[in-house]
Structure formats: structure tokens, C-alpha cells
Write a protein that binds this ligand. Structure first.
Ligand SMILES: CC(=O)N[C@H]1[C@@H](OP(=O)(O)OP(=O)(O)OC[C@H]2O[C@@H](n3ccc(=O)[nH]c3=O)[C@H](O)[C@@H]2O)O[C@H](CO)[C@@H](O)[C@@H]1O
Ligand SMILES: C=C(OP(=O)(O)O)C(=O)O
Length: 430
């Protein structure tokens, strides 16, 4: 077992380089299934979700090889199955993209229900509604496997009842090789949706309107191999920005697209953080002004991203006054609150609202990462504390943060990973 041990209380200073976006990578890797030739994908984050989806493709017969730390060579030409039902598939959320990719490639798919962070129910009814509109018959087998079968996968006009990132991208995948034109209305507009569209178009697909709420996809017969570089991870960037503000430090975050971070920078500016934007970098200076409280409401892009909500909560506990978070995307994304409360934070949850009475110093306590971004919030809170905090269940953090220890250390943080045999603290060894 592994834990992070953080000796906090020091402001962060320096520079950090942001990796490729997890939520783009985990869609683009399965999208290669649609291609009729090998592809090379660059700026791939070295995280466990990427290893998992790569292994799933290998199990299906694809050749997947790391060319270097951030590039993958994927040859899908030997995939001879439409089925992905192993335990690995249940280990991550984005395995749902195998449904759209296999439907597009084979006209049928058999995929285990996905896993991912637990925010209560995470339905995929809008994905299935899209596939069914396109001519697929779908059914849940044994409560664990989705089967989809289409004699003639064809384009259709699909209105999403909720703005769903996963449903938008999954339908884009299937539609890229379906017969005729698919129109997705009320589509999600996240940067990773535009990235997937750019990837598909570079291979010869015909996807228009990505980044708006109407996406039109005209199916094509053949997609050719390409080399493609994934966009930077806006959530990883937002996490380091929050950490700099929470420790009242000053850092430069490199290899980012400032436009993707606008909702985050707007909130930090409102709090009194001085932000300077460059073409592909951003400087966060929290040394100049005392920080002010603020309210956050999560929304689909271009609203404030839910995936940065826990990190902002960890920042807001350090700021005097009452801040209110309104989690508007997920029903149950406050499991981390009890961990912050263990550290002395004053937070109460009422339905979708978290009410934070900030400004009282936190104290070190053993805490756990209840999910990926919750884990990032624990690191940020630990960095605020004069004392040693142990964070367990770090496998969640490693799902989505490349070299998290090395990157925080380069900013001056005292953080290390320790291995232990059991729950007894005496068994900790560095
Ligand atoms: C791998 C990946 O990219 N994960 C991201 C993706 O998750 P994911 O794709 O699962 O999230 P969605 O955008 O689909 O979900 C948004 C909302 O729509 C609801 N919904 C979704 C699909 C559906 O068929 N029916 C339905 O009701 C969900 O319960 C949720 O309330 O977008 C979320 C919202 O930005 C992020 O938090 C996740 O990090
Ligand atoms: C919730 C997240 O991921 P997933 O949907 O893969 O669980 C996330 O990236 O914050």
C-alpha cells in the first residue's frame, strides 16, 4: 500500500509543466479503434487511466506501444473482436467510449459497464438513446454488460436531455463511420470534445460544430493513420493554480491553453489573486493581496468545471468569510468534505450546496482520497497545514495526475510517497 506524506505550511514558488489532458486522452485512445491504419498519439499523460485503456485495447488485439514517456503508437488493424468485458473495463469511466468506437468499427459492441469516480449514480442512458436513434438495439445483460447491435448504423438527429460529455463524445465516435449525417443537439462543449473532433477530422472524418451545442457528423467509410498531439489538461493546471493560491505562493503554470482556464482564472481574480496570462503559460501570484471569499457554481463548459470543485473547496477553507459552492453537475460530489472536516475545516453540506466558513487554520490528520479530485483537494489542504499529513488511497490521485510528487516538489513542497505493509503507522517506510 502507498500513502502520500505532506509536510506543509510553505508557499509554493517556481514553475510546473502541465501534461496532456486525461479526459481527452481516454477518449482519443479508444477512438483509434475506428482508424484503418496505425496512429501515433503525443502529449499523452503518464497516468494509470491511460495505462488501463491501453491494456484494454491490447486485450482486444491492438498493438499499443509507448514510444517515449508521452507518446503512444497504436495499431488497431488486428482488432478482431467487438467485445470488451474484462475487469479492466470496469476499472475506469472512459471505457464507455469502447461502445461508440466498436459500434462505428463493427456495427456491434459488447462492453462491461464502466467504473470511475463514485459520485452516486452515473447513468449512460443518453449514450444509449443516441445509439438507438442511430439504429442500434441495446440491452443490459446480467446487469453488467451493455450489448449494442446495429444492422445499419445510420445518422440521426439526436437531442441530449442533459449536457453530457460522455454521451456527446460516444455518439461522435459511432457517427464518424455511420451512414449519413448525425446531428447532436444540446451537445457538451468541453475542450476535450473539440480535441476529439480535431483528432477524428485529422484522420479524415467530417465533424463540424464541436465547441458549440450543435455538432454535425457526416459518416465516412475510411479513416487514415495520423500523428496527433493531445491538448493540455485544464484540470491539472487548475489544481496547481489552486495549490499556489492556497499556500499564498507564486507559480508559473506552463504548457496550457489560457482560454480553457477562463472560468478558473476569473474566480481566482475575484478572490484577489494576481494572474498574468501568456500565450501558453499563466502566472498565479497570491502574495500580493489578502484573499477574499467567493462563491462557485459548477456548470458544463464554459462554466466552472466540476472537476476543479474539490480543489477550490480546499482553497476556500483558507480564506476568511463564508463561501458557498453549488455543485450543479453531480448529485454526490462532496464525499471529500468529511476528510477536510477531520483537518479542522468548517464545512456543512446541504444537498447540492457546501457552505464553507473559512479562515481557521487546519491541523494535520490522517485523511484519504475518496476519489481523484478529492485526492487533489487533500494535497492542497495538506500543503496549507503546518504539520505532517498522511493521505491514503492515493491510487485515485494517480488515475489522473502525472508525476504529482515530482511536480509539487519542484514547486518547493515537502511531499513524498511512502510504502507500507498495513495500517500500522510503525510499518511506514520511506
Ligand atoms: C472520463 C471523463 O471525461 N469524465 C468526465 C465526464 O464524465 P461523464 O461523461 O461521466 O459525465 P457527463 O458529462 O456525462 O455527466 C454530466 C451529468 O449528466 C448526467 N448524465 C450523463 C450521461 C447520461 O447518459 N445521463 C445522465 O443523466 C450525469 O449524471 C451528470 O449529472 O464529464 C464530467 C462532467 O464534466 C466530469 O466530471 C468527468 O471527469
Ligand atoms: C471524475 C473524473 O474522472 P472519471 O469520469 O474518469 O471518473 C475526473 O477526471 O475528475
Amino acid at each position: 500500500m502507498e500513502k502520500f506524506v505532506v509536510n506543509g505550511g510553505k508557499p509554493l514558488f517556481g514553475e510546473v509543466n502541465i501534461s496532456g489532458a486525461k479526459n481527452a486522452a481516454v477518449a482519443i485512445i479508444p477512438a483509434v479503434i475506428l482508424c484503418d491504419e496505425p496512429c501515433q498519439i503525443e502529449n499523452i499523460p503518464n497516468i494509470s487511466d491511460v495505462s488501463l485503456i491501453s491494456r484494454i485495447l491490447q486485450q482486444m488485439g491492438a498493438q499499443v506501444r509507448r514510444i517515449n514517456k508521452s507518446s503512444l503508437y497504436i495499431d488497431p488493424t488486428h482488432i478482431s473482436t467487438h467485445s470488451a468485458t474484462t475487469e479492466l473495463v470496469r476499472g475506469m469511466r472512459a471505457s464507455y467510449y469502447l461502445l461508440g468506437a466498436l459500434l462505428g468499427r463493427c456495427g456491434k459492441a459488447q462492453v462491461a459497464l464502466p467504473g470511475g469516480c463514485n459520485f452516486g449514480v452515473r447513468p449512460i442512458d443518453q449514450h444509449l438513446k443516441g445509439f438507438e436513434a442511430m439504429g442500434a438495439v441495446t440491452q443490459l445483460v446480467d446487469g453488467a454488460i451493455i450489448e449494442a447491435d446495429a444492422d445499419n448504423l445510420h445518422g440521426e438527429h439526436i437531442y441530449l436531455d442533459v449536457v453530457s460529455v460522455g454521451a456527446t463524445m460516444n455518439i461522435m465516435l459511432a457517427a464518424s463511420k455511420a451512414e449519413g449525417m448525425t446531428i447532436i443537439e444540446n451537445a457538451a462543449r468541453e475542450p476535450h470534445i473539440v480535441d476529439l473532433a480535431n483528432f477524428l477530422n485529422s484522420m479524415g472524418a467530417d465533424v463540424r460544430g464541436a465547441g458549440t451545442d450543435v455538432i454535425k457528423i457526416r459518416g465516412v467509410k475510411y479513416l487514415h493513420g495520423i500523428t496527433y498531439s493531445i491538448i493540455p489538461d485544464q484540470i491539472e493546471a487548475g489544481t496547481y493554480m489552486c495549490a499556489a493560491a492556497a499556500t499564498r505562493g507564486c507559480i508559473t503554470v506552463n504548457n496550457i491553453t489560457p482560454k480553457h482556464l477562463e472560468s478558473i482564472t476569473a474566480k481566482l481574480r475575484e478572490m484577489g489573486v494576481v494572474i498574468t496570462e501568456y500565450d501558453e503559460a499563466i502566472k498565479i501570484d497570491a502574495t500580493k493581496n489578502p484573499l477574499k471569499r467567493c462563491n462557485i457554481k459548477t456548470m458544463p463548459h464554459p462554466g466552472f468545471p466540476t472537476d476543479c470543485q474539490p480543489q477550490f473547496a480546499a482553497l476556500l477553507v483558507s480564506v476568511p468569510g463564508t463561501s458557498i459552492i453549488n455543485e450543479n453537475v453531480w448529485d454526490n460530489r462532496y464525499q471529500y468534505v468529511s476528510e477536510l472536516v477531520r483537518m479542522g475545516a468548517h464545512i456543512s453540506v446541504e444537498g447540492r450546496l457546501a457552505i464553507i466558513e473559512g479562515g481557521s487554520p487546519l491541523t494535520a490528520a490522517p485523511v484519504k482520497a475518496t476519489d481523484l479530485r478529492a485526492g487533489a483537494a487533500m494535497i492542497i489542504a495538506a500543503l496549507e497545514i503546518n504539520g505532517v499529513t498522511e493521505i491514503s488511497s492515493i491510487q485515485y490521485i494517480e488515475r489522473g495526475y502525472e508525476d504529482v510528487i515530482e511536480k509539487f516538489r519542484a514547486l518547493g513542497a515537502d511531499i513524498k510517497k511512502v510504502y507500507y505493509a498495513g495500517d500500522n503507522e510503525d510499518e511506514l517506510r520511506a
